[in-house]
Structure formats: structure tokens, C-alpha cells
Design a protein around this ligand. Structure first.
Ligand SMILES: [Zn+2]
Length: 115
């Protein structure tokens, strides 16, 4: 039997350190501390509390305002980093391919000269 009950993000989830994020149109909970994105089925107080207590026990008793501040920082950080990360990855891939090409060329040249 399919559970048709739709899981929604509640404001109270911020008390457990979670904000809502959307992945391909699906709302998922995201931890504001480690930025881990949990599956949509984890949109339950008990599941989010479990993550907070197991992964960040030292922050389990922090007030909602602390997580609200962390949440706004996390959102800003993600927006700031997204384009840079993509750009850096392309650059590092290009650089590593160029180095690999130069090494391969140098090796084949050395082999050719020796023979
Ligand atoms: Zn976490």
C-alpha cells in the first residue's frame, strides 16, 4: 500500500537544525551544521532530532535562533560558492588533463629518442 500522506516542511524543524531545500522539485531537509541533505522521508521531528543528537550532540540544546542564524549563513554560503565551485572544478580538470598530456608526450618523446 502506498502512503499518500504528503510530508511537508514545518517551521519547528529549525529547532532541530534543519532548513528546507529543494532537489528536482522534492522538498528535503538540510542540516544547517554539516549541510547534509536527508531523504524526504526524514521530514519528521523524530528523524531530524535523531540526526542532531547523533551528529551534533554538543549543539542539541541550542536555541532556535542559533539554528536560524546558521541556516541563513548556510544559504548565503551555498549561493556564494556554487558558481565558484563549478568554475574551479573545470579549471582543475583542464589543468590535470594538460599535465597528463605533457607527461604522456614527454614519456613518448623520451622513448622515441632512446630507441
Ligand atoms: Zn548535520
Amino acid at each position: 500500500m502506498i502512503n499518500s500522506r504528503k510530508l511537508i516542511f514545518k517551521d519547528e524543524f529549525l529547532e532541530y537544525g534543519f532548513i528546507a531545500t529543494t532537489d528536482k522539485g522534492v522538498i528535503k531537509p538540510q542540516c544547517v551544521i554539516c549541510l547534509a541533505v536527508l531523504c524526504p522521508e526524514s521530514l519528521k521531528s523524530s528523524q531530524l532530532q535523531k540526526h542532531l543528537r547523533n551528529k551534533h550532540p554538543e549543539l542539541a540544546d541550542m536555541p532556535k535562533e542559533f539554528f536560524a542564524h546558521k541556516g541563513s549563513q548556510a544559504k548565503k554560503q551555498m549561493l556564494d560558492l556554487m558558481p565558484k565551485v563549478t568554475f574551479d572544478q573545470r579549471d582543475s580538470l583542464r589543468a590535470s588533463l594538460e599535465v597528463a598530456w605533457l607527461i604522456a608526450r614527454a614519456k613518448s618523446h623520451t622513448t622515441f629518442v632512446r630507441n
